[in-house]
Design a protein around this ligand. Sequence first.
Ligand SMILES: Nc1nc2c(ncn2[C@@H]2O[C@H](COP(=O)(O)OP(=O)(O)OP(=O)(O)O)[C@@H](O)[C@H]2O)c(=O)[nH]1
Length: 376
Amino acid sequence: MAEQTKLEQENLWLKERLATLIAAARDNERKLDRMTDLEMRLLATDDLVGILSLLLEDFPRDYALDHVGLVLHDPDSLISGILEAAPCSREQWSLRLLSSADPLQTLAGLYLGDYAACPESLRFADRGELCSVALVPVERAGRRLGALSLGSRCSGRYGEGMDTYLLRRLAAVIAICIENALAAWRLRELGVTDALTGVRNRRFFDLRLQEEMIRVVRERQSLACLFVDIDHFKAVNDRYGHGVGDQVISSVAQRLGRHLRGSDLLARYGGEEFVMLLPGLDRQEVRAVAERVRQVVSGGAVQVDDHRLSVTVSIGVAHWTPQRLAGQDPSVAAQALLREADEALLRAKSDGRNRVVMAGMPPADAVSLELLPLGL
Ligand SMILES: Nc1nc2c(ncn2[C@@H]2O[C@H](COP(=O)(O)OP(=O)(O)OP(=O)(O)O)[C@@H](O)[C@H]2O)c(=O)[nH]1
């Protein structure tokens, strides 16, 4: 009888143990499924902002985590540049960008334990309430890209003995996604950037012109287009060589870019010709900007090696008011705007160069009063 009771007790204990193990296995399976889902979503996102918002917003919210943070090595400010240009609110993100990789090297490997005892450079100033943390290196091909941190207000949440497989797997996926996103961004940038000057290229300009046209028609704004062409540029090449010519083009691009607002666009249209799009200005303002651009270029000699070169530009301007844009087909209007600016440029050249000509102005009005001598 006693033997039977003992067997029944053992049986009961084994059943309970089995039920606990099955529950733990189901719990692990659920965690694995959810983590796989997060990883699939990360892998399906090829832009950096999307990846970071999945990781630093959705992940802590969906998993009810006290803290998810990311420290990333950003030696050339590429990441901060991408984030600055992106229209997203990231005040809530626990994201830190490091110009030096040194703080990341203080992390010997995966760290589990007291938040207060983890390397200071990998802590987040506003997360003092955290008690325990898991810090996972984010690495790819032996390079440390950053560190992922998961923190908890509970002191025993992250500690020795915890299974770290899912965390290490997530960190590996994050590394791949961030590298891919940065590579995709670089590739996109290469496709729309002029290699010599670093300003946008004609391909980008053509795409943006269409978009801008649609936007200004919808928002009843004006749009101005400036064609800016370096005067007598052939003479620079002939006299000093193409290398010097290249540097002059580059220097003019930098000068043109100095007075642009965030909404303006500057692109190299080809050779020694640039194009600018200025939305939302009235005719007088556009004229003033064009005149300022002309003066900025001609205002000081361009120093290339031992040569000091005076450079001037001719500028043709087309300015369309909201009234003129109203009801226009955007792509037809875009072509007409370009054509007008180009014709105004031709007039600026034929009228003597180093001047601004506004389309639709009689020649007398169009000629700049501040003609500077050509220095070539
Ligand atoms: N160095 C250099 N030269 C270029 C580049 N692209 C075009 N050019 C040269 O720019 C010169 C343009 O000459 P033109 O079209 O005659 O114009 P210009 O001499 O500036 O005369 P105007 O425009 O009438 O004042 C040509 O000699 C082209 O070879 C470039 O990327 N680098």
